[in-house]
Write a new protein. Structure first.
Length: 404
């Protein structure tokens, strides 16, 4: 049994350089967590239009969905040391360009261009950190625990980042949230760049292997797991929008922040627990169990017609969310070529981003027609899809393993 007060997480931090790259990797996530809400606040303050702000934030998401895997693929091919400076420089320039364009009243189409470039230059430091863990850890037990830790870090940055950016934008200046989030991300990226000893070395490739990589959209082994993530993203997006609707329906818009925070809190608790408890299970068992639980608990949100009941159910929903993300990442990690792990770990974020856009849009339509609580029906549908796909992926993996 582990003797560390951190349980099974304690031994991870005994590896040289691990505490530093985990901390810098968390800071490096900040731009991805804050540029969306910061763009909305900046544009809305300048134009009075939240719809335009949301559209500009959407351009950030699209840019991230396209640029994330490309940066990750480059990191696998030539190493993090060569890619990070380019990504960080592009992020700084595009953020400054968007801020100047909005504040100086430049043509609105330029806002979308610069917002897209911010998303496209926001390298996924979470996948960089996961690749570092994979390069220094030797057992599947340790890797599962590390993936759980990074899933918790993914959640925590969204718990801390958006409220902090909102506070800065409302108390100091509308542009403060955007620029501060990017500045923190740059600090984290530079810190990660300084941790050279833990950076994975790129694997040498033949000319044929390089041609094969260019032809394939994503690494082999990812495609079977990837569909889980848009489903989870649909649940994320619809829960966020529905929570705003419930808060407005109750006459207390601030309730939306409480509801979303409770959901994120449940996810953090589950991630910490699952990292220790789930380490004893096979990867396929984790995927099947986590996705079935997700498909059972999320639809229960439809039973809530009062805020107190909703808060209780949303905490339970958070408890079943992070295990899906952890188990999916574990399955990807066991199925892909180690030389493409960074790229493989970037694709889940693409799936989540696409799902969030779809879920937010559909929930908004449902709420307009059927009321605030009805938006959770979209989350329920996404969860049921995740359950079906998760069971199919887990069973398929078991059959392939048995056939070998």
């Amino acid at each position: 049994m582990p003797t560390s007060p951190l349980g099974s997480y304690g031994p991870l931090f005994a590896h040289p350089g691990a505490p530093a790259f985990v901390a810098f990797g968390w800071l490096g996530r900040m731009s991805r967590a804050t540029t969306g809400i910061s763009s909305v606040l900046l544009v809305a303050a300048a134009t009075g239009s939240y719809a335009l702000g949301g559209a500009v934030a959407g351009a950030v998401v699209v840019g991230g969905a396209i640029g994330g895997p490309l940066w990750a693929r480059a990191s696998d091919a030539v190493g993090q040391r060569r890619v990070l400076p380019l990504a960080l420089g592009a992020l700084a320039l595009s953020a400054a360009a968007l801020a100047c364009a909005v504040l100086l009243g430049a043509a609105v189409p330029l806002w979308f261009v610069f917002a897209f470039l911010i998303g496209g230059s926001s390298i996924d430091t979470g996948s960089l950190v996961r690749a570092r863990w994979a390069s220094i850890l030797r057992t599947q037990h340790e890797r599962h625990t590390a993936l759980a830790l990074e899933a918790v870090n993914d959640e925590l940055v969204y718990v801390v980042g958006p409220p902090f950016a909102t506070l800065l934008a409302t108390v100091i200046a509308p542009v403060a949230g955007l620029l501060t989030g990017v500045a923190v991300a740059l600090l984290g990226g530079l810190g990660l760049l300084s941790q050279r000893r833990t950076a994975p070395r790129p694997a040498p490739l033949s000319a044929a292997e390089r041609r094969t990589r260019r032809r394939r959209l994503m690494p082999p082994g990812v495609l079977a797991v990837f569909p889980l993530y848009p489903g989870v993203g649909i649940a994320f997006g619809s829960i966020d929008v529905s929570s705003v609707g419930v808060g407005n329906h109750a006459g207390h818009p601030w309730l939306a922040g409480i509801i979303v925070a409770v959901y994120a809190g449940g996810s953090v608790v589950a991630g910490l627990a699952f990292g220790q408890l789930g380490a004893r299970w096979s990867v396929t068992r984790k995927v099947i169990t986590a996705t079935i639980a997700f498909g059972m608990i999320i639809p229960a949100l439809l039973a809530s017609q009062s805020v107190p009941l909703l808060i209780a159910l949303i905490f339970a929903a958070g408890l079943v969310t992070t295990p899906v993300l952890i188990s999916g990442a574990s399955l990807i990690e066991t199925r892909v070529d180690p030389g493409r792990l960074t790229e493989a770990m970037a694709w889940p974020q693409v799936g989540l981003s696409v799902g969030v856009i779809v879920g937010s849009t559909l929930a908004g339509v449902v709420i307009d027609h059927d009321g605030a609580f009805a938006g959770y029906a979209v989350a329920a549908i996404g969860a049921l899809v995740v359950a079906v796909l998760g069971v199919a992926s887990g069973v398929g993996t078991r059959r392939r393993a048995a056939a070998v």
